[in-house]
Design a protein around this ligand. Structure first.
Ligand SMILES: NC(=O)c1ccc[n+]([C@@H]2O[C@H](COP(=O)([O-])OP(=O)(O)OC[C@H]3O[C@@H](n4cnc5c(N)ncnc54)[C@H](O)[C@@H]3O)[C@@H](O)[C@H]2O)c1
Length: 255
């Protein structure tokens, strides 16, 4: 029960890493808020958590919409009276299904650039902007941002995504510096290639899959392997950890 009675908001918890985190956090005693844009997926996560004996509720949330984020925070405060953990996980990315063009800057339309940044970077900003004041009041909180390997090394071919994730890394550091005095910790995970719907389609291309499997552990990661890293950072076990930029990538970034 590493998160017993902690209120944890997880964005993008309808799928992949966020869904794995919702299940694992709830299994450790957290009261989980599934803040997800996709209504069907978000409801499904909350139902699965509840069916397994955990506590979760779904709130339809678009992290790029400030009014929606404010309404979410109000609802969570009314319901629970506190917010202990914020996992800024929602994102759009390098997917064959992406409606945005994932390309170098020369081929990226400004509209797509803005849309990608508005979710991946502005989303973390907006959620934090409205939740940090609650955490300041409580004098405690843990924020975990989900960036990417793209945030720390140059990976060609998805430049807006890469810029957004680099922004998330920088935002983590400055938030850690700003809010440590209120006992708020802010950390960041940089996943390597993770087997979720975001990249499953591109993984079906053997050439791409071979590249993703080129790290020391010789395989892509599973969403639970990110969720367990998030669990550590969310828990009191990480009480002296803040400003950490943590690759969870099977060693991919080291070779
Ligand atoms: N899968 C990978 O290989 C990989 C690698 C590095 C980083 N990441 C990052 O990990 C995070 C989770 O991705 P995933 O792999 O679980 O992908 P996923 O596509 O399975 O899940 C992402 C979820 O975010 C939700 N979402 C998208 N836009 C949203 C918005 N505006 N508001 C609220 N929810 C929104 C989607 O509906 C979806 O449920 C993302 O930030 C992604 O960029 C993924």
């Amino acid at each position: 029960m590493r998160l017993k009675d902690k209120v944890a908001i997880i964005t993008g918890a309808g799928s992949g890493q966020g869904k794995a985190a919702a299940k694992i956090f709830a299994g450790q005693g957290a009261r989980v808020v599934v803040a997800e844009m996709n209504e069907e997926a978000g409801r499904e996560t909350a139902e699965e958590v509840t069916a397994a004996g955990g506590e979760a509720f779904f709130y339809k949330t678009d992290v790029s919409d400030e009014a929606n984020v404010k309404a979410l925070v109000e609802e969570v405060q009314n319901r629970f009276g506190s917010i202990d953990v914020l996992f800024n996980n929602a994102g759009i990315g390098f997917s064959a299904r992406s409606r945005y063009k994932m390309a170098s800057i020369l081929e990226t339309p400004l509209e797509d650039w803005n849309s990608i940044l508005s979710i991946n970077l502005n989303g973390a900003y907006l959620m934090s902007k409205h939740i940090i004041p609650v955490m300041i009041e409580q004098k405690r909180g843990s924020v975990i941002n989900n960036s990417s390997l793209n945030g720390i090394i140059g990976v060609s071919g998805a430049d807006a995504y890469t810029a957004s994730k680099g922004g998330v890394v920088a935002l983590t550091r400055v938030m850690a510096a700003d809010y440590g005095k209120y006992n708020i910790r802010v950390n960041c995970i940089c996943p390597g290639a993770i087997n979720t719907p975001m990249i499953q389609e591109v993984l079906s291309d053997p050439e791409i899959a071979k590249n993703y499997e080129a790290g020391p552990l010789g395989r892509v990661g599973e969403p639970e392997e990110i969720a367990y890293a998030a669990l550590f950072l969310a828990s009191d076990e990480a009480s002296y950890v803040t400003g950490l930029i943590m690759p969870v990538d099977g060693g991919w970034s080291t070779v």
